[in-house]
Design a protein around this ligand. Structure first.
Ligand SMILES: [Zn+2]
Ligand SMILES: [Zn+2]
Length: 324
């Protein structure tokens, strides 16, 4: 496995993402429409994440092992999203500038959002709680106040928050090291996975969180979304000749997760961008009528059903909204 961003300088972290995206680009797949707009954002996010201090405010204590192991995540998206004014100011300026360049069709709206955050028209803390706390009414109100679309605001704020959330998650991961976790959602923040990957001689299955980037081990033959362990309900699709890239579909709940088989791979997969290189499989699964376990900005489907709930989360939080 290649080093993670917390071991690299900002330039090294940016270079690592850039090289990984170039690697995807060299594959004979029609992915340029996705790579081009997202490239700058991923690079800007990686650079920023490496710059953020490791002693960021982390008001989270070690969990009660019994409560945690029964399925209560360490913390929540909302708690991770709250950040200092200084971190937020740098993140919004850098990430929104990258978004403006990568997404010309919405660049005017992104500029309005960037300016509103920078001149104080919109309060950062209100944005953080509206998005991460699932307060859609407030998000829509903020959007209409500054004259942008709610979905554009959701997308923009989500991108700004992501490097801050990922950096905090890196700092919190030691609190749950050694504790058992058997759920399909993230043990740190409770979000659904954007990617499944197999590694090790025995092909251990791991999931990568769509929000905070944490990875955790999960049962090989179970659906992360509904957690059904019914082998006959799970189906795998792949393109002939590219068997190491798959999409795992659950016929019980209709959700899917893209999967990368890293067994025997020594070129250091960069997990941060791996899901981008599997978008062709998102399309394949969606053509067959399935929905992603985690809605990400690159896999959003038309007519999406975001009303179903992942296993274990009940009505404690809407996990259908876009997390990455
Ligand atoms: Zn997470
Ligand atoms: Zn399922």
């Amino acid at each position: 496995m290649s080093p993670t961003s917390n071991m690299l300088t900002p330039e090294g972290a940016a270079e690592r993402i850039s090289r990984a995206i170039e690697g995807i680009r060299r594959q004979p797949l029609p992915l340029e429409n996705i790579l081009k707009p997202f490239e700058e954002i991923f690079i800007a996010r990686a650079r920023l994440r490496a710059e953020l201090h490791s002693d960021m405010d982390l008001p989270v204590k070690a969990p009660d092992p019994a409560r945690f192991e029964s399925g209560a995540p360490l913390t929540s998206e909302e708690a991770l999203a709250i950040s200092s004014e200084a971190d937020w100011a740098i993140a919004s300026d850098r990430i929104l500038s990258a978004l403006e360049r990568g997404f010309p069709k919405i660049s005017d709206e992104i500029r309005v959002i960037r300016e509103a955050l920078s001149d104080g028209t919109v309060e950062p803390r209100r944005c953080q709680t509206a998005l991460a706390g699932g307060r859609d009414d407030d998000l829509a109100h903020i959007a209409s106040t500054i004259g942008v679309g709610t979905e554009t605001l959701r997308f923009a704020l989500g991108q700004v928050m992501k490097p801050i959330i990922e950096r905090k998650a890196e700092g919190l991961a030691p609190l749950i090291a050694g504790l058992r976790w058997h759920r399909g959602y993230c043990p740190l923040c409770g979000s659904m996975p954007e990617l499944s990957f197999l590694k090790g001689d025995e092909g251990q299955r791991w999931l990568r969180c769509s929000l905070c980037g944490h990875s955790w081990r999960f049962v090989r033959l179970a659906c992360p979304f509904c957690e059904m362990e019914k082998h006959e309900s799970l189906q795998v699709y792949y393109i002939a000749g590219r068997e190491q890239e798959r999409v795992e579909v659950c016929n019980e709940c209709g959700r899917y997760v893209p999967c990368l088989d890293l067994r025997g791979r020594f070129d250091g997969a960069v997990l941060e961008v791996a899901a981008l290189g599997l978008v062709h499989l998102d399309l394949l699964a969606q053509e067959k009528g399935h929905l992603p376990a985690a809605l990400c900005s690159w896999n959003i489907v038309r007519g999406q059903d975001i009303t179903s709930w992942p296993a274990g989360l009940g009505t404690s939080g809407e996990k259908g909204h876009q997390t990455c």
